[in-house]
Design a protein around this ligand. Structure first.
Ligand SMILES: [Zn+2]
Length: 490
């Protein structure tokens, strides 16, 4: 959104507890709802169900906006404040935006507004920053940008001390002119896809009202700044002219949103809070879903499994219920039992890397040779779908390690490190792999590629087929060794 209607201070101040929460959840929830690298205050999440949902609502709007719809990276930011941001070919959506919405159309409106920023090249200056940054660098920049894009120019000043965020602060600081042009563009796109602009108006209303800024989240800038309301009124006049203005989301679409909201709340809120919000008397699917996740996070295995089983009894073909059950069982140490639900989720949605990684990981964790071999196959399929999934490569390295195949384990580790931007380490692993791989084999060439690309950084070396420029001026922030290797950034 940027501009005057949201608040950097909020996003940032809430970062500290979120960080701890994220770490806890990371330990508890390895891949189904994954908290990604920590950059400044926020975390990126990976979740197939939510990503699918965002794709379904965003891509048509991106197409209507005439921007390269399939190349836009959509980031899900684990932050319960209401926000979204865009820059270059990246759009970020906070979990808080999703849970605050009453209808899909409200989120759609914000997505259309962000698409307006992208289409308008409002962050054109960020292109330079992106091309100079490796992926993890980009990641932290984008996340830092999230905190800043959230804020008004003056509200963002407090964050300027953060060094590397300075550039992004300038980059994603949209002018009022750009904000209103994004608004107008949003209405045009919504019209094109036959959707109402009412949701956008409603989102802005919420943004400018106290609904978003509960007590300690108050942002003085937001409270005092009249811009938001003026914009809303101007926008509403035009939105009402559309033949689609009165169109409502279908009950099915609302039901789908409720499930995603329940899942997010289950993962993002303290367990006790979720259990109060969704009392046992509520037998609806979203309530069961939220409780299943809350019990799981509260390590109440019995109730967690009971709730997810109740959902599965009614919806035996929902891949995400199987995924969650697999995740629960795996994390509760019932590794062998977790394989069947994970396998079922892959059968139901074969094209999803994250589901295959879950399965591969569970298979490998049994340490039975046949399972570990099957795991390698599964992880390789996953990595064909997401070749830059560092977490997948890490699991593959582990599986090869279990099988005693050191050169392949080294190669997979090299890929894993490469994809989080730790190029010197990637080169080390790749060089070690080269010693054990048959010279001239595809794997040998792959390792060689990594060495060249990692060491050729100064010379601007890139790997074959790699469209992103490799040179990086500053080293990517290093992660402490004992942390889980930084997972997938897609
Ligand atoms: Zn904006």
């Amino acid at each position: 959104m940027a501009g005057g209607e949201s608040c950097a201070a909020v996003a940032f101040v809430h970062g500290a507890p979120m960080n701890r929460l994220a770490r806890l959840i990371f330990v508890a929830a390895a891949t189904a709802f994954v908290f990604m690298g920590q950059a400044s205050a926020q975390s990126l999440l990976r979740d197939v169900e939510i990503e699918d949902w965002l794709d379904d609502y965003s891509r048509p709007i991106f197409r209507a906006a005439g921007i390269p719809a399939n190349e836009i990276q959509i980031l899900l930011v684990g932050d319960q404040s209401f926000n979204a941001f865009a820059g270059g070919l990246v759009m970020g959506v906070n979990t808080g935006l999703i849970t605050f919405a009453d209808t899909p159309n409200e989120i759609e409106g914000v997505i259309a507004h962000e698409a307006g920023h992208i289409a308008g090249g409002h962050s054109a200056r960020s292109d330079e920053a992106y091309s100079a940054a490796s992926r993890p660098m980009l990641l932290s920049l984008v996340l830092a940008a999230g905190a800043i894009a959230a804020g008004a120019p003056d509200a963002g000043l407090g964050l300027l001390a953060l060094g590397q965020t300075v550039g992004i602060a300038n980059i994603l600081k949209y002018s009022r002119g750009q904000e209103s042009s994004a608004d107008q563009a949003a209405l045009t796109y919504l019209d094109k896809v036959g959707k109402s602009g009412a949701g956008l108006i409603e989102s802005f209303r919420k943004l400018s009202s106290s609904q978003i800024v509960h007590s300690q989240r108050v942002n003085p800038y937001l409270q005092s700044h009249p811009l938001a309301l003026a914009r809303v009124n101007a926008l509403e006049e035009r939105a009402k002219l559309s033949p689609h203005f009165e169109k409502k989301d279908s009950p099915e679409d609302i039901a789908r949103l409720r499930m995603i909201q329940a899942k997010i709340l289950g993962f993002m809120q303290p367990t006790q809070f979720t259990l109060r919000q969704f009392p046992l008397s509520d037998k609806s699917d979203p309530a069961r879903y939220a409780r299943a996740v809350a019990y799981y996070r509260g390590t109440d295995m019995e109730n967690a499994v009971k709730e997810i089983d109740a959902l599965l009894a009614e919806h035996p073909d929902n891949p995400f219920f199987h995924e969650l059950k697999g995740q629960m069982l795996f994390e509760f140490g019932r590794v062998a039992e977790s394989i069947a639900p994970h396998r079922r989720s892959v059968e139901l949605l074969p094209g999803k890397a994250l589901l295959r990684i879950n399965l591969g990981r569970a298979l490998a964790a049994t340490e039975e040779p046949e399972n570990v071999k099957a795991s390698v196959k599964e992880l390789k399929s996953a990595l064909l779908l997401e070749p830059d999934n560092s977490f997948g490569w890490f699991e593959l390295a582990r599986a090869y390690g279990t099988l005693g195949n050191e050169p392949m384990a080294d190669l997979a580790m090299a890929e894993s490190r490469y994809n989080v931007g730790a190029k010197p380490e990637a080169a080390q692993f790749a060089r070690r792999a080269l010693k054990g791989l048959p010279k001239g084999s595809p794997e040998w060439r792959q390792a060689n590629d990594i060495v060249v690309a990692s060491l050729g950084v100064e010379a601007g070396g890139t790997r074959a087929g790699e469209d992103r420029p490799a040179p990086e001026k500053k080293p990517a922030p290093e992660r402490p060794r004992d942390e889980v290797p930084d997972p997938q950034f897609h």
